[in-house]
Design a protein around this ligand. Structure first.
Ligand code: SF4
Length: 431
């Protein structure tokens, strides 16, 4: 399966930094970083970056295959994403977009919706906006969790350093490279997240060596999700070819942040995230929903803070209490809370990419579908090797652990089926 459709470069900006790429008559722009490309080349773009070139001989059959399929999928999406009838004035205003943005009070009103019919209208309106603004492309990223060691002690996290009951693991460079080869060569992924706790065992040099080796072999977008590292480290990772970073700020409430992340300051985190963004990284960021002590006002501020960062992708996780953390007795967040935040984010930042995180799937088998129908347009599939994935125990109820013989292919086939049923093309066309 392929998670990107090749496009043809029809022009390059004078400074050589931006390519305009044509996909079935539609034009998208993508940054050119470290790739030698010319007008007329067929390329793959991910997250707004040209990640690889493909020969015309290889590209044309893929495009032929996709052309009919892409148009068929669009029709299905169009039917599913129609605007609901008789929507409230609040949803009418939300649908209208940036000309008259929702006030904070109205955003709170969205989060307070409880009535089932109103909730359905809310999700449908958000889905309609997604379709209207971004069409049916849905990027599918893979995630490889390469170490569950962490030197931090966040109160909500199952791999915090004080959890002595967890079986810790670290993947060797060779194991990481093998997992990446499998994800790219066998499963067809074009964008991968390499995630770990904050683990200083992996020196900057080790991480850089891994990224370089991946990029020498594969034209893919690499996201690092390794927590707070020095800016020098991030610069070197970028130089090696890791252009993306997944780093959440967790909460916009600085007091709550300090309480939940001992010894850490929200300002430092935000400074790093903003610095990454202003230095050309593709940034995925967001927060946790349902944290103990978090108010609706906090969530409104969380959404607005995410928007202010101008992220390339929104990433929200539900708070799910873990038995071996100080928050074990706190109530879990609910799926409706997360869906409302997805919809609200679609209202306030209509052209954003919004991820359905793997954590959302712990609520039900339908959660992925529900997230996509509430305004999301991006998915993550866990590709951590089976012998390790059960130990990356951030929260209880993680999916994919139920069977002894979990295989990513099955989850991928199910995801492709789901996307097809919703009329979404499992691809990233860039921006
Ligand atoms: S949230 Fe991140 S930094 Fe905090 S303990 Fe978990 S893995 Fe470590």
């Amino acid at each position: 399966m392929c998670y990107a459709i090749p496009g043809k470069i029809i022009s390059i900006s004078k400074d050589g930094k931006t390519a305009t790429i044509q996909y079935f008559g539609e034009l998208r722009n993508a940054h050119i970083i470290g790739a030698a490309v010319s007008i007329g080349d067929y390329v793959y773009a991910q997250g707004g970056i040209v990640v690889g070139k493909i020969s015309e001989t290889e590209a044309l059959p893929i495009l032929k295959l996709w052309k009919t399929k892409f148009l068929e999928l669009k029709k299905v999406d169009e039917e599913l994403a129609s605007i609901p009838e008789n929507i409230s004035s609040l949803l009418q205003k939300a649908e209208a977009g940036d000309e008259e943005p929702l006030t904070k009070e109205e955003m709170r009103d969205v989060l307070n919706i409880k009535d089932e019919t109103e909730l359905n209208s809310l999700y449908q309106t958000a889905n309609h906006i997604r379709k209207k603004r971004l069409d049916n492309a849905c990027c599918v990223h893979g995630i490889i969790e390469f170490s569950n060691y962490c030197m931090q002690n966040c109160l909500y996290c199952g791999i915090r350093c004080d959890n002595k009951k967890i079986t810790r693991y670290r993947m060797s460079e060779e194991e990481i490279l093998q997992a990446v080869d499998y994800a790219v060569d066998r499963l067809g992924f074009k964008a991968l997240v390499l995630q770990s706790g904050e683990d200083s065992y992996y020196t900057d040099e080790m991480l850089i060596s891994i990224v370089k080796k991946i990029r020498e072999k594969h034209g893919i977008l690499i996201f690092m999700s390794i927590g707070e590292r020095s800016k020098e480290c991030y610069i070197k990772l970028y130089g090696a070819g890791a252009y993306g970073v997944l780093i959440r700020f967790e909460t916009s409430n600085s007091k709550l942040y300090a309480r939940l992340r001992p010894g850490k300051k929200l300002d430092d985190r935000l400074e790093l995230i903003r610095w990454l963004k202003s230095n050309g990284f593709v940034v995925a960021t967001g927060f946790l929903i349902g944290l103990p002590g978090q108010t609706k006002e906090d969530i409104v501020n969380d959404v607005l803070l995410t928007k202010s960062i101008v992220p390339d992708m929104y990433s929200f996780g539900p708070f799910i209490p873990h038995q071996e953390t100080p928050l074990f007795a706190a109530p879990s967040s609910q799926i409706a809370e997360v869906l409302k935040v997805i919809a609200l984010s679609r209202f306030v930042d209509q052209e954003s990419k919004i991820l359905v995180t793997t954590a959302l799937e712990t609520f039900s088998h339908d959660a992925k579908k529900a997230g996509l129908l509430a305004g999301a347009n991006s998915l993550m599939i866990n590709l951590t090797p089976e012998k390790y994935r059960k130990h990356y125990d951030l929260y209880p109820g993680k999916t994919g652990l139920e069977t002894e013989n979990w295989k990513p292919n099955k989850e991928i086939q199910e995801t492709i089926k789901l996307l097809e049923s919703l009329g979404r093309a499992p691809t990233d066309l860039g921006v």
